[in-house]
Design a protein around this ligand. Structure first.
Ligand code: UTP
Length: 284
């Protein structure tokens, strides 16, 4: 798996006014934009060809992964900052695709597939879903191992409380092992009583090439948007699709809303800023 698609052409209306001119994908969690964490996760899993699906006003996302502007005299920076800047210079092959209108996640991913070789499996990573694994392999690395073992598509899942089901795509399936299920059905943002499963889709996928043709056929679904969930449902009738269930040591933050974004920053600070927990306690 050498390619990943990062759809970043949405309007981020939940984060207005902050997202009026600055793409939410560039909001920083401490010293890095959220999307850089996602790109680093992609690279760790071996996908260094990154297809950014961007739209109007989102060009700064691409600039971030360019070589640094010569106006910064990098040579004069302290070692640790310089290393971070230089690491970014050659981290990935930047591939850019345009979604002219935000018609939905499925539509954005379909546009992204235009830049992926027809016979290649690829990852899809939502740039507003930040995932911190406490030690060990990242979620994308584990998913790639499962993909390589079984040769089929893999969707990352997380157990959520029943009252939260309506916020996510929910997967139903049969257990194959502690952390793997075979997905039988997906329901996008289910109404109460529509499913008894608590396994929510959390924005990391690996797809076999077959999904590209299915995405081209998807009609607008829930909310009038072209839904990725509907293409996966079509895939389920043609191929096996597995779910990788993350463990409780893996933390997921939806940085596309204010609460998730604030929590992600606090979580990162607790790990990286000396004495941060005492400072927070004093504030409380
Ligand atoms: P979200 O629904 O979380 O993002 O989509 P959004 O639409 O930008 O946010 P709100 O709901 O208006 O606040 C998940 C990811 O998919 C991308 C978004 O940029 C985001 O990173 N996306 C969504 C697209 O690229 N195109 C779309 O048409 C929709």
């Amino acid at each position: 798996m050498n390619y990943s698609i990062i759809p970043a052409a949405g309007l981020a209306t939940r984060f207005l006014p902050a997202s009026k001119c600055i793409p939410k994908e560039l909001f920083p969690v401490l010293d890095k934009p959220v999307i850089q964490y996602i790109v680093e996760e992609s690279v760790e899993a071996g996908a260094t060809n990154v297809v950014f699906v961007s739209g109007n006003g989102k060009e700064a996302i691409l600039d971030h992964f360019d070589k640094i502007n010569p106006k910064f005299s990098v040579g004069k920076l302290g070692n640790s900052v310089r290393e971070k800047v230089e690491a970014l210079d050659d981290m990935i092959e930047v591939i850019s695709v345009r979604q002219k209108l935000p018609l939905g996640l499925g539509h954005a991913v379909m546009k992204g597939t235009l830049a992926v070789p027809e016979d290649a499996s690829f990852a899809v990573m939502l740039p507003d879903m930040l995932i911190f694994s406490d030690g060990g392999s990242s979620v994308m690395q584990r998913m790639n191992e499962i993909h390589e073992k079984y040769g089929c598509s893999v969707v990352a899942l997380k157990e959520v409380p029943a009252e939260m089901r309506g916020l996510y795509g929910i997967a139903e399936g049969t257990r194959l092992s502690d952390d793997t299920i075979e997905i039988k059905r997906l329901v996008e943002k289910p109404a109460e009583g529509e499913t008894s499963s608590n396994l929510a889709v959390i924005g990391r996928y690996i797809f076999t090439p077959k999904i590209a043709a299915l995405l081209r056929d998807v009609k607008p679904g829930k909310g009038g948007e072209i839904q990725l969930t509907d293409a996966i449902t079509a895939l389920l009738s043609e191929e096996k699709v597995l779910g990788f269930v993350i463990d409780e040591k893996t933390h997921v933050f939806d940085t596309g809303n204010m609460e998730g974004f604030a929590l992600a920053n606090v979580f990162a600070a607790l790990r990286r800023v000396p004495d941060f927990s005492n400072k927070i306690k004093e504030l409380i």
